[in-house]
Write a protein that binds this ligand. Structure first.
Ligand SMILES: [Zn+2]
Length: 322
């Protein structure tokens, strides 16, 4: 969902293959593969470089794409690649620990097991911490990232602090003290719903803040594999949180209204929260797989996508000198 799908169309850049051919015809003179430098003249736009298998499209795209900031060389490729993987897998760890908490709760209620794993929320917190450290590597992955985008990403990283505090309060304080937050929530359930809404708000700001740079990195992978640009979104994950948030909002609304309608709202809460949690877990697993696939692309030596810019810069300089 994030990088995994191979795009079939590219509305933002080329509307059709014939348009690409038109651009290709305009490119006179030498066309050096951005990966290996092989001269691609005379090859079809749809073919691969005979030396390194990089799509010819990728080379052409790197020449014609005006949004060069997303294809600019990474300042620290390994750091960025590692940060991206930490960001996603830390988040997944925090989510999985919530599932373990729910499992322990069910085992207590249904099987009468006395399993109260106090360390599970702490492992979840560790996951969020790892995610935060990874996210900070995404603030300014290359020097062409605009200041406003870098500030936005830094703001997103900043929201990890309240996120950790709220996560701790919900899953370590409330859930471990109350007998059964899912099946018989008791008195703390309202404040728990409010806290969960705050948790979702923090995550929304984090995703909003980091999305431009994350997508910018994801684009590299698509370009390298297919030579096309595709802007997939993290908003599917955000949508999963929204579904769960609707559940908590219904719960609060039900408590305010009370009576039979209130009971219906409270029942709906469980449906929405469960659905949102499943969607979220599946979405996060996909993102972790995507970032793992992205890692080798980001650290690939010589993928420059930079070499061609240098070549173009040098050409300009040469033109000015002569
Ligand atoms: Zn090549």
């Amino acid at each position: 969902m994030f990088v995994g799908q191979i795009p079939t169309d590219n509305p933002e850049h080329f509307s059709s293959d014939s348009e690409i051919d038109g651009i290709a015809r305009q490119l006179v003179g030498e066309l050096r593969c951005i990966e290996c430098g092989y001269d691609l003249r005379g090859l079809s736009i749809r073919s691969l470089c005979p030396e390194c298998q990089l799509p010819v499209r990728a080379t052409i795209l790197s020449i014609v794409d005006p949004k060069a900031e997303q294809l600019a060389p990474l300042t620290f490729p390994r750091l960025t690649g590692t940060g991206l993987v930490m960001w996603s897998s830390g988040g997944l760890l925090a989510i999985m620990m919530v599932w373990v908490l729910r499992l322990s709760e069910l085992s207590r209620d249904l099987l009468d097991l006395q399993w109260k794993p106090w360390w599970i929320p702490w492992l979840g917190l560790l996951g969020i911490g790892v995610s935060a450290v990874g996210a900070s590597a995404l603030i300014r992955p290359n020097h062409r990232v605009r200041r406003a985008i870098a500030i936005r990403a830094a703001l997103g990283v900043g929201f990890y602090a309240p996120l950790m505090l709220i996560y701790y309060t919900i899953y370590s304080r409330i859930d471990l003290l109350s007998p059964s937050p899912l099946l018989s929530p008791g008195m703390s359930s309202l404040s728990r719903s409010v806290l969960r809404l705050m948790l979702f708000a923090c995550i929304a700001v984090i995703i909003w803040g980091l999305r431009p740079n994350a997508v910018g990195l994801a684009i590299r992978s698509v370009v390298v594999r297919t030579g096309r640009i595709d802007r997939q979104s993290l908003y599917a994950v955000l949508l999963s949180f929204l579904v769960a948030a609707i559940g908590d909002a219904l719960h609060l609304l039900g408590a305010v209204i009370g009576g039979g309608v209130g009971d219906v709202f409270s029942a709906l809460q469980i449906v929405f929260v469960s659905l949102g949690s499943v969607l979220l877990t599946v979405g996060m697993i996909n993102i972790v797989i995507d970032t793992l696939r992205l890692y080798p692309v980001l650290v690939r030596p010589g993928v420059g996508l930079s070499d061609i810019f240098e070549t173009n810069d040098q050409k300009e300089r040469r033109a000015k000198q002569s």
